[in-house]
Design a protein around this ligand. Structure first.
Ligand SMILES: [Cu+2]
Length: 179
């Protein structure tokens, strides 16, 4: 993993693209912004090359947010299966060879969730129980996404689908208990 510590008034820790995992203790990290350096910044995260004013707006919630690392690969989501409720920043690394995404749905298991014919989770049927997703993450890249999770059972998955295929049906799902 490459890292850069910007010497701006606000320390901005960039989690750059990487090909290996590095478990990080949540309590020791105050990561505020992460974006792949070799690709366009995701629409939900401001350009990291812009002035600090843009970053400052995003850091208002960071101090209280726990940070947890998850990895995406063919065809798994790996990371902690028990995490604490609250505002959680997910640091997601695609260590696979395909593009993936990190999505969160409320439910006891992937099998129990409403599904389309190709095995992707039916986000429309889930409604509010589909919590959200990261942007798509290219192979070797990393991204960050923050969700407020109440205690309960969740499924973390990649909900990318094309035609009769879906990453979820291939096994890219993980049941997680939030307490
Ligand atoms: Cu995927």
């Amino acid at each position: 993993m490459k890292r850069f510590l910007a010497t701006m008034p606000l320390l901005v820790l960039l989690v750059a693209s990487c090909g290996e995992s590095e478990p990080e203790a949540a309590a020791t990290e105050t990561t505020t912004t992460a974006a792949p350096t070799t690709t366009a910044a995701p629409t939900t995260i401001a350009e990291t090359t812009e002035a600090a004013e843009t970053t400052a707006a995003e850091t208002t919630e960071a101090p209280t947010a726990a940070s947890v690392v998850y990895e995406l690969v063919e065809w798994e989501v790996s990371g902690p299966t028990e995490i604490s409720a609250g505002t959680i920043t997910f640091e997601v690394m695609n260590i696979g060879e395909n593009t993936h995404e990190f999505a969160v749905a409320k439910g006891d298991s992937y099998e129990s969730l409403p599904q389309l014919a190709n095995g992707a989770v039916d986000e429309e049927a889930l409604g509010a129980d589909f919590i959200g997703r990261s942007e798509r993450i290219d192979a070797g890249d990393a991204a960050e996404v923050t969700f407020d999770l109440e205690p309960g059972s969740y499924v973390f998955l990649c909900n990318i689908q094309f035609g009769p295929n879906s990453h979820a049906s291939a096994g890219q799902v993980l049941s997680v208990t939030v307490s």
